[in-house]
Design a protein around this ligand. Structure first.
Ligand code: TRP
Length: 465
């Protein structure tokens, strides 16, 4: 074991860890999902609820997850086993590894669309559309093409495998250090472009003027679910990244930095997209198709749109790649730590297996469109199981684990490493963390779970009868 400990990789620097973790957090969830969820749920009021969820549930649970990883220097399964010695908790870690496998399998399909759209943008196709419905038709015809969808999916998987193959420092950390600054710069360019369009103010007003009539129990739960997904929480990705962290670094500070980076990128993407959508007179509530149906047309109506459309899809692809590598890293770390596999073997075997698992998801938009599991296509089913069930369940268990199994005494003495005088000067921070982990997080996640499994809906219906 000591041999394994000595040879286990670590991040080269604190900044490397922050950028890699922020890279995991910032992904399709920020640039594709966040804007359309905000658009569908009425804008500013939803954003406020989302911000509260990230601060109150996101930060404490993220800290707990990173802490479990750093303390044990293990993958999710090994980490829970080491701290509890119980089979049940090892299985909770195992559930995370499985969730990572499932999420990656369909996430990489959508990421492939982003890569494919770099080509569509560069070939000038968008200028033939004229209106979103035409762009929508074009998009549908692309995803109905098995070769197109599977081709870009496999291309994206190869990119992901390439980065993870090269290791924690040489692959993930170096990749994040190159890609994250590019991502920031591209997003700032797009935001400035959006904001300087005549009529952009309306989009900003949409993001800033709360309309509380849109807020319901449902939208609060959607906000919380989004907070989980966007922070890569609940399946051990942050745990695994935390396991390469040094005890000299502060977990609370790192967590807050990651959350601030993730949130500001989501907001910036929202500003860039809504400024442009409103300025070109289109509608914000196009749902998941916002980026592939509405935006291509938006680009054709703005000066410089050709260039900006290429930039946008490059940005989206980079964001997806820094996230997908964190998903593959969880599976890799498990096989390296627990089964003694070589990293290269784990990456190749599980990269290929993820690709195979993802094929039915890719075919959900064409040949398998009519094959339904619980009335969902394979793609929607995978997304539902992973994002709506496994992640909240994982987050729930992480909170319960720290509060009840591991215990706050031990957890806090670990948490203190690297924090200097922070907690001596502000003891209330620890009290707050305990309250959030013990009560707020498990209770609110419990409601998210009831909601996503439809149980809450049934209760509401029964009560209103
Ligand atoms: N957070 C990423 C996004 O916003 C997706 C992601 C990467 C993820 N790793 C994860 C989500 C682990 C949940 C768990 O797109």
């Amino acid at each position: 074991m000591s041999l394994q400990e000595n040879t286990r990789e670590q991040w080269g620097s604190k900044l490397g860890f922050i950028l890699a973790a922020a890279g995991s957090a910032i992904g399709l969830g920020n640039i594709w999902k966040f804007p359309y969820v905000v658009g569908d749920n009425g804008g500013a009021a939803f954003i406020l609820v989302y911000l509260i969820c990230t601060a109150v549930i996101g930060i404490p649970v993220l800290m707990a997850e990173i802490l479990i990883g750093r303390t044990t220097q293990r993958n999710p399964v090994g980490a829970f086993r080491q701290l509890s010695g119980s089979k049940f908790w090892s299985a909770v870690g195992g559930m995370g590894v499985v969730a990572g496998f499932v999420i990656l399998s369909y996430y990489a399909v959508v990421a492939g669309w982003a890569v494919g759209y770099i080509y569509e943008a560069a070939s000038g196709k968008f200028f033939e559309f004229g209106e979103p419905s035409n762009a929508g038709h074009h998009f549908n015809s692309l995803i109905e093409d098995v070769w197109w969808i599977v081709g870009y999916f496999s291309f994206f998987m190869i990119l992901t495998m390439g980065v993870v193959f090269s290791g924690v420092q040489k692959g993930i950390e170096r990749g994040s250090k190159i890609m994250m600054p590019i991502l920031f710069v591209l997003l700032i360019i797009l935001m400035v472009r959006g904001l300087t369009l005549p009529g952009a103010g309306e989009g900003i007003a949409f993001l800033l003027t709360p309309d509380w009539s849109h807020i319901s129990g449902q939208s609060i739960l959607i906000a919380l679910g989004q907070a989980f997904f966007t922070l890569s929480m609940g399946m051990g990705a942050m745990l695994t990244y935390g396991s390469y962290m040094s005890k000299k670094d502060s977990i609370p500070i790192a967590s807050i930095q990651i959350v601030i980076l993730d949130t500001s990128i989501a907001l910036m993407a929202g500003v860039a997209i809504f400024a442009a959508v409103f300025a070109t007179g289109l509608l914000p509530n196009a749902g998941p198709g916002l980026i592939f149906h509405t935006l291509p047309v938006v680009f054709t109506k703005m000066p410089g749109g050709f260039l900006f459309s290429i930039i946008f899809f490059i940005l989206l692809s980079i964001a997806a790649l820094t996230s997908s590598i964190s998903l593959l890293e969880v599976i890799t770390a498990y096989f390296v730590d627990e089964k003694g596999w070589k990293r290269h073997k784990a990456v190749i075997v599980f990269g290929i297996l993820t690709f195979i698992l993802g094929i039915p998801s890719a075919l959900s938009f064409n040949i398998l469109a009519d094959v339904k599991i619980f009335s969902l296509t394979f793609f929607d089913f995978a997304d539902f199981i992973a994002a709506n069930i496994l992640l909240p369940l994982g987050g729930f268990f992480i909170a319960i684990f720290v509060a009840k199994v591991w215990g706050f005494d031990k957890a806090i003495s670990e948490l203190k490493h690297g924090t200097g005088k922070l907690f001596n000067k502000n003891p209330w921070l620890l009290t707050a963390w305990k309250i959030f982990i013990r009560y707020f997080a498990p209770v609110s996640i419990f409601f998210v779970l009831l909601h996503s499994t439809g149980i809450l809906d049934m209760i509401f219906k029964a009560l209103s009868k």
